[in-house]
Write a protein that binds this ligand. Sequence first.
Ligand SMILES: [Zn+2]
Ligand SMILES: [Zn+2]
Ligand SMILES: [Zn+2]
Length: 139
Amino acid sequence: MKIQELESLLQIKNIRPTAMRLLVLEVLNSRRTAISLSELEIVLENSDRVTLFRTLKTFQEKGLVHSIDDGTGSPKFALCEEGCECIIERDLHVHFHCRQCGDTLCLPKYKIPEINLPTNFQGEEANLVVKGVCGNCRV
Ligand SMILES: [Zn+2]
Ligand SMILES: [Zn+2]
Ligand SMILES: [Zn+2]
């Protein structure tokens, strides 16, 4: 993806493009799988952890990325699809965690089924992670 395209991805979400944000976005965009802060730190070895963390948090607050609790103890981050607002009933999809390669990936075509909460309950987050062996590891 060209730098202009990355910039416009940020601008659509009202995020001011800075060099660091573009760098992080480029990494997220180039990967098929979700990434943890520690992995991001390894890829961008010259960046400091606090800055990377803040960048991810900004992206999350603005709805550019979502975080995934895959049960490994470190949250993973992945880019949202176009038009995603991270609304439970509409946008949230299933994630898959492969116990063999350790990858966690988005399955955007598989939405979280609608859950009818008890009266007066207000859901704010939902996480559905299927664990198993991914297609790459099964061949
Ligand atoms: Zn989202
Ligand atoms: Zn795998
Ligand atoms: Zn996802």
